[in-house]
Ligand binder design. Structure first.
Ligand SMILES: C[S@@+](CC[C@H](N)C(=O)[O-])C[C@H]1O[C@@H](n2cnc3c(N)ncnc32)[C@H](O)[C@@H]1O
Length: 299
């Protein structure tokens, strides 16, 4: 535990936190120390720099020590702060929501690339009045990112968790997107009516037998956001079964993949009559976002 006292400056306290996080083997000790110090002192990045040489007050030292103890107990920073940035948008979290991951932004990139590929004459494809569904929306991450980029699109987010849907609705509201967003309880797309130009999903995809070995930070995510059944593919089976009914004739679907899942998931969608493209890699080069489209009808 870092020893913080009220005669330490903010810069010294931040360094002490970072050193203790490094010693504990945490992945991003400097960033975590900055975010937690800012949170405890209610200072943004600029405020932390400006006030770096002032001494900590006693209450501040206690507050910061308590946050450091939680992080050393492997609670993720996003859970401690109660929010996480995704696609440059701040999303509030609750106990029922997964902490959105940076690699999930690959799904947004792949979905936008699919929309951009639609040849719609003079109008840019991103300004079309698209219909979007996000199956297993959690905090609403994918849906709000897409509605943010597609100004005339309407979207529906589904989830089995009412608490997660409440967080998603709140996020859409704070970002000014609620007039174009709806949220509903549904087994992925089961309760949806009508057809969609774009369906996205980051479903639970960890094999049940691998759940116990997840890092402590990940185990704090709700298990129903992670557990994909015996082989990790149960949710893809459900989504592949629903997709032909959900997609318009020229519709697109993008799903996030777990490591090594591309061949099996592509096979599931092919068996449903859809055509997968090679998966888009994330920043670590891992095939992460599988784009599937409705096969062109042969005469
Ligand atoms: C991996 S999380 C993804 C959350 C969010 N889309 C994201 O990318 O951060 C999977 C989500 O699917 C939801 N979920 C699990 N089973 C579901 C089902 N049968 N129908 C709908 N949603 C489900 C979970 O509650 C969770 O919010």
């Amino acid at each position: 535990m870092p020893q913080l006292s009220r005669d330490m400056t903010i810069a010294q306290a931040r360094r002490a936190l970072a050193d203790s996080f490094r010693l504990a083997g945490l992945d991003s000790p400097d960033l975590d120390a900055r975010l937690l110090t800012g949170h405890a002192l209610a200072l943004d990045h600029t405020g932390l720099m400006r006030e770096s040489s002032r001494s900590l007050g006693e209450t501040e030292a206690h507050a910061l020590s308590a946050l450091a103890a939680r992080r050393l107990n492997r609670e993720p920073v996003a859970r401690i702060l109660g929010h996480k940035e995704f696609w440059g948008l701040l999303l509030r979290l609750n106990e029922a929501t997964l902490v959105p991951r940076p690699e999930t932004e690959t799904v947004v990139e792949a979905a936008l690339a699919a929309i951009d590929s639609i040849n719609q004459g003079l109008d840019g494809p991103r300004t079309r009045a698209l219909r979007i569904a996000d199956l297993g929306t959690g905090s609403g991450a994918l849906l709000v990112a897409l509605l943010h980029e597609l100004p005339n699109a309407l979207g529906i987010g589904t989830d089995v968790s009412r608490e997660a849907l409440a967080a998603a609705r709140d996020n859409a509201d704070r970002l000014g997107l609620l007039p174009r967003a709806k949220f509903m309880v549904s087994d992925f797309g089961a309760a949806l009516t009508g057809r969609f130009d774009l369906v996205v999903s980051n479903p639970p995809y960890i094999a049940s037998g691998d759940m116990a070995a997840l890092p402590p930070e990940v185990r704090l995510d709700p298990s129903r956001a992670l557990d994909g059944g015996a082989d990790g593919l149960d949710c893809y089976r459900t989504i592949a079964g629903q997709a032909p009914r959900l997609l318009k004739p020229d519709g697109h679907l993008v799903v996030e993949l777990g490591i090594g899942q591309e061949p099996a998931v592509a096979t599931l969608f092919r068996a449903a009559g859809l055509t997968p493209s090679p998966a888009r890699p994330d920043l670590s080069g891992i095939p992460r976002a599988l784009h599937v489209h409705v096969a062109t009808m042969t005469p």
